[in-house]
Design a protein around this ligand. Sequence first.
Ligand SMILES: [Zn+2]
Ligand SMILES: [Zn+2]
Length: 482
Amino acid sequence: METAVETEPADESDAPPVGKLATRVAQRIEESVIRSGWPVGDSLGSETELREQFGVSRSVLREAIRLIEHHQVGRMRRGPGGGLFVCAPDAQPATRAMVIYLEYVGTTAADLLEARLLLEPIAAGLAADLISEEGIATLRTALDQERAHLREPVNRMRDPVHTLLGQLSGNPLLHLFIDVLARLTARYAYVSPSISAVDVDVATNVSHDAHRDITQAVIDGDGARAQVALAAHLESVAAWITQQRPEIRATADDTTDDEPKIKLAEVLAGRIHDDIAADGWRVGTVLGSENELVSRYGISRAVLREAVRLLEYHSVARMRRGPGGGLVVAEPEPQASIDAMALLLEYQGVTADDFQIVRGAIELGIVTRVAARSAGDEAERLAAAVRWPTEGPPDEPRKADLFHTELAAVAGNPVLSLFLSIVIELFRRHAAGHDRPLPGDRAADEVEQAHGRILEAIRRGDVGVARHRMRHHLDALLPWWH
Ligand SMILES: [Zn+2]
Ligand SMILES: [Zn+2]
């Protein structure tokens, strides 16, 4: 593998390593897909053509293609007439990877609730504005189904009405994030055996009544009432979760895959994931060899291999070959899923409005949390992030984001940090794919000043002014999207 890097024509001593180069090639191919309007089914060229086009070695191109496949932008077809073909991304794998990552970093019920309270009422308000007869029918069907299955344990706390409101908001960002939040809540809220059946029935019925009220407000087109009802419902869900031990258990996922081997592999991957989580997620632990796992879980080798593929995709565990090898617990790494999410959202056609609503909600939530605490030590860390970095190319887009990502880190809610990273990545990818220049060094003074003013209000603990300045700053960024 390493020899291929050495034969790289551009490989001077200071040339980027194979991974960096592959990332750049993948990004350029992905930009070209965005630029040409995401033509699903079109060929992007054969392996040889792509190698010539980008002037890279076979190993670099293969790594780039692996990334593009992971991001679900393209798929490689082998054989005659083969090549890299544009495909339509599927939300499922990236959504699951987000859930796994958030669970791994130790998201609390309070973090989840904070994020849900920031985003879900907005979705309910938008759904009420946009509601159609078709939407009314969908909401009513969901409620009827919920009522019909109230006593089935699998459906408890799944809350499909929430994801549906995300969908009916017409905002792909809200839909995706609310889906992640609902799935994560379901994992935390799984009813532990120590809770009595009567308590569970009461909670389930209370939730159902709340869903009916929220739905009615949406159908009435009363956004304000829908928002208030939803916020109250979320508070009571939070109370219910904190009552219990935050026992992490998988819920059966309703995948519609009709391929039995895939389905079995998903169940197995879920079990292995749960076992890793139950054991405290000790990175580097060898779970066992292929033979040991086959006998431990009582499955076929083919199912195990498919499950391992899923675990590797989500960065939960990796199969290490050779002596002393086996399935090893890995550290979930969010960047691949952040890229995949950002590209999926770009494919779904996020508008400037969609973007601004969600970025605003997340950033205002973050700034409120930090300003309300007005923490002294953390202000120093933020002061360092206010300065525009002098190293790196002038148009390096991440320079402008440092203050925002640091602010999110200080706020300390992993859900909001992750969502902000996705939103920022989407902004960057959207601008690059539409040949829009991003705020470069030319804007450095202006941006530094805006960040400094936000920090100044945070230091004084003035939540209102900090929020106002953040809102103003985000409005000024919007022209770069168009
Ligand atoms: Zn609910
Ligand atoms: Zn900024």
